[in-house]
Design a protein around this ligand. Structure first.
Ligand SMILES: Cc1ncc(C[n+]2csc(CCOP(=O)(O)OP(=O)(O)O)c2C)c(N)n1
Ligand SMILES: [Mg+2]
Length: 588
């Protein structure tokens, strides 16, 4: 049978289970875009900026475990999209990027839009730093096995984006095939690598001896869908659970064994528990400085007092910063299942639970004050509470952007079972919130999708709004609007007693101007409400939940509103001190 490379590629993608392909065409990939239209199992998504597609693919993978493909047009389109690819790479999320490149016949001549000054077809070199693997297609039939490799590499082990770059003269080239290729046997469905049994036994032995154990659950739990196994481990053996910021949602925060989030924006209960733990079992967590407060011995993870048991699918994460007592290399779900067996018959001491209950009560009082604080302009706390109050019993996808508003949500929003909270904690990229929300709503439509974003992040990615409207993608954009890059402005005020480049005031040129995000939203086809008090927010949220398409709530808030201090160190403090966690360790 005969077909074209573009048609073959479209079919192979669909056979491999890819259902959404997003992109922006140019002359290097419009033949491919045309071929995609004939593959009816694929839903096309026309973007207004490539980064919207790459961020959307990132969040789509995190909520569904499935890959979205995004195609970009050589240098210009790929450069636009790369921020979302980099964000996914830094956070161990996955997508398939497909790039159309200049025709082979003109390489190196400095053709229009070519990146070829230092070597031919240089775009893959630009992309490879933020992908697990990059492929360049030289002959049409390579596309079949490259697709299988790209999908397998993206999803097996620690997930990450992959890319395939196709010279555009190949798209229309005809190929002769004896039969249609099949992905059977090329795409293993399982990722259930198990740690070695002796390390499981060692970890069980260390836990059994512990008098004050804590589980630290990271994003690996979310990626591996290990929620049930984590719940079983915590409940059966009475081990309290803290999460990292990226791991929020791994364990329901209304559970008696939940300590909330640990680290710089964490709860005092989690931070107290971690710093008093004799054994910390970190699973799918990088022990980054945002979790451990600067990797310092006086932070939450002091290796001279606390023994670390570390489980991760990527062996390079284990012992990366802290020394470990047992290393469990494998998938989080499989690891927890094995540990659940190995610990049989043991339970952590009840007096540890009782001590933690006291700490949790103290933290509750702090939160209550923050969540009910009425002020003009309003604080963010009551908005977080309003969101929780009105969504009880409803599974949520909450896709967060980066900024001060994010810390409020991470610290104060109480997740329940089936809530997924997506944060950018690797690259900390603005854009994941608004663009990722679109992908999350497509990936897990049975949950309500909330985009939790600041005015800075929303205005950076306004072109996501018409796309949400065009496809009627049901996202509730909640914009925490303090008319500045609040996280930065606040930090600057603390350091320099003035702000620089972080307030939207034109340096005084046009003081009266303020972007009206609600009006912009309406003009982009996304109905909106603007509110400036907690009751108004609740009313708007009720209205928002009744709409079938995307909506925006522009919430005007106090620039000075900051989440309470839960005992974690601030980022500024983190890097100002020497960070050698191994200093002061006792001899083993
Ligand atoms: C793409 C990108 N550029 C710059 C930064 C640095 N940065 C971190 S938070 C932030 C401010 C975010 O402002 P906004 O979206 O209004 O949220 P707020 O902090 O005001 O809640 C900036 C500029 C970043 N994280 N990502
Ligand atoms: Mg802001």
């Amino acid at each position: 049978m005969r077909t074209t490379t573009g048609a073959l590629f479209s079919r192979v993608l669909a056979d491999a289970g890819i259902t959404y392909v997003a992109g922006i065409p140019g002359h290097t990939n419009y033949d491919f875009a045309d071929a995609l239209l004939d593959e009816k199992r694929i839903t096309p998504l026309t973007l207004r900026h490539e980064a919207i597609g790459t961020f959307a693919a990132d969040a789509y993978f995190r909520v569904s475990g499935k890959l979205m493909a995004v195609f970009t047009h050589t240098l210009a389109g790929t450069a636009n999209g790369i921020v979302g690819v980099a964000n996914a790479y830094a956070d161990s999320s996955a997508m398939l990027l497909i790039v159309g490149e200049e025709p082979r016949s003109v390489l190196g001549r400095g053709a229009y839009q070519e990146l070829g000054r230092s070597m031919d077809a240089d775009v893959p070199q630009m992309v490879r730093h933020v992908t697990k693997r990059t492929w360049l297609t030289h002959i049409p039939l390579q596309i079949v096995e490259q697709t299988y490799r790209a999908i397998r590499t993206a999803t097996l082990g620690r997930p990450g984006p992959t890319s395939i770059h196709v010279f555009c003269d190949l798209w229309e080239q005809e190929v002769e095939l004896p039969d249609w290729p099949s992905p059977v046997g090329f795409l293993p469905a399982k990722n259930d690598f198990r740690p070695c049994g002796t390390e499981i036994d060692r970890a069980a032995h260390l836990l059994r001896k512990a008098s004050s154990p804590v589980i630290l659950a990271g994003n690996g739990i979310n990626l591996s869908r290990a929620h049930n196994e984590l719940l079983e481990l915590a409940e059966t053996y009475r081990i309290p659970v803290a999460t990292t910021v990226a791991g929020k949602g791994a364990f329901p925060e209304n559970h008696a064994l939940s300590l909330g989030v640990m680290g710089w924006v964490g709860s005092s209960a989690a931070n107290w528990a971690a710093s008093h733990a004799d054994v910390l079992f970190a699973v799918g967590a990088r022990t980054s400085e945002t979790t451990t407060s600067s990797w310092q011995a006086k932070g939450q993870l002091n290796p001279s007092k606390t023994l670390l048991i570390h489980a991760d699918i990527d062996p390079t994460e284990i012992s990366n910063v802290f020394p470990v007592g047992a290393s469990l290399i494998g998938d989080a779900k499989a690891t927890l299942a094995d540990l659940n067996q190995a610990l049989h018959g043991w339970k952590a001491p009840i007096d540890w639970m009782n001590a933690l209950a006291v700490e949790k009560e103290k933290w509750k009082t702090v939160c209550k004050a923050a969540l009910t604080r009425i002020s003009v302009p309003q604080s963010v706390g009551p908005i977080v509470q309003g969101l929780r109050d009105l969504t009880v019993g409803m599974p949520l996808n909450i896709i967060c952007d980066a900024g001060k508003h994010h810390k409020w949500l991470v610290q104060q929003f109480e997740t329940h079972a089936k809530d997924i909270v997506v944060s950018s904690m690797g690259a900390g990229t603005m854009g994941l919130g608004p663009c990722g929300a679109v992908g999350a709503a497509l990936g897990r439509p049975e949950a309500k999708t909330i985009c939790w974003v600041g005015d800075g992040g929303m205005s950076m990615f306004l072109p996501v709004l018409p796309t949400a409207a065009e496809y009627k993608i049901p996202v509730i954009f909640i914009v925490i609007d303090d008319n500045c890059y609040g996280a930065v402005a606040n930090a600057q005020m603390g350091r320099y007693k003035r702000t620089a480049y972080s307030e939207f005031n034109g340096n005084g040129t046009n003081q009266e101007f303020k972007i009206d995000l609600a009006a912009v939203s309406e003009a982009c086809g996304v109905p909106s409400r603007k509110v400036d008090n907690p009751d108004g927010f609740k009313q708007a949220l009720r209205w928002a939940m009744d709409q079938s398409g995307p909506v925006m709530i522009d919430v005007v808030v106090d620039q000075g509103s900051v989440a309470p201090n839960g005992g974690g160190f601030k980022l500024g403090d983190v890097w100002n001190h020497p960070i050698h966690p191994w200093i002061g360790m006792p001899e083993k």
